[in-house]
Design a binder for this molecule. Sequence first.
Ligand SMILES: Nc1ncnc2c1ncn2[C@@H]1O[C@H](COP(=O)(O)OP(=O)(O)OP(=O)(O)O)[C@@H](O)[C@H]1O
Length: 243
Amino acid sequence: MESDLLLELKDVEAGYGKAALVLRGLSIEVARSSIVCLVGPNGAGKSTVLKVASGLLRPRSGQVLLNGEDITGRSPQDLLRQGLAHVLQGHSVFREMTVAENVRLGGYTVRDQATISERIGLVQDLFPVVGERWDAMAGLLSGGQQKQVEFARALIASPQVILLDEPSMGLDPKTTATVFEQIVRMRDAGVAVLLVEQNARRALETADVGCVLDLGRVHISGPATDLLGDSRLGDLYLGGRAR
Ligand SMILES: Nc1ncnc2c1ncn2[C@@H]1O[C@H](COP(=O)(O)OP(=O)(O)OP(=O)(O)O)[C@@H](O)[C@H]1O
């Protein structure tokens, strides 16, 4: 029987160059069709977790498993082909290219044009604004619209899991709400999401499971709704005591 577990990081230690380790024995599990969010203070290593998962940073020790298969140390291109897409922090659309060109770039690992056309239809359904602005220069879109183009570009590769690094960064509250709705739609379309967010309350309200990082490990984890009511988080990350 197919396991419910899609992506696992096991006892991962990772860091940059000769500097001290950032991740010190971190373990995380992402189940199929679920949203897992990582929250924690600045510099806790949240983005580093995503880089290890997507192959941008090789861990010093520990394992990354996708569908139970050890994928530790594989290249980001290989992992994209295997079903793991990473949407980086900040804005990464090519502003001088159209929305269509930006989205099609995500399909570079897919040879079959019919498959690409079918997936374009799917992402346009999922993110209507992407379809509406298909021929516009991406640089003319608002920040929230550009974020949706980035999501669409990642989904063209038809990933099983998508890693999202601070998708709400720089967006106003209304646009942030739209982007979080889109994250839920991705989950409901069958894509698992590992989400890193500064906006801890918003992320936990959206996610199924929450993990709080501290000192390079998962300090607290559990159902996101439980964490929202956890007084330890209330004090630290949710702007006052949880009620
Ligand atoms: N490319 C890099 N080279 C060297 N050190 C880095 C690099 N990227 C991150 N770091 C360091 O690793 C630590 C963890 O960074 P990371 O970006 O993973 O944290 P974060 O929890 O995502 O924080 P933030 O919310 O501020 O982005 C920080 O001390 C940071 O300075």
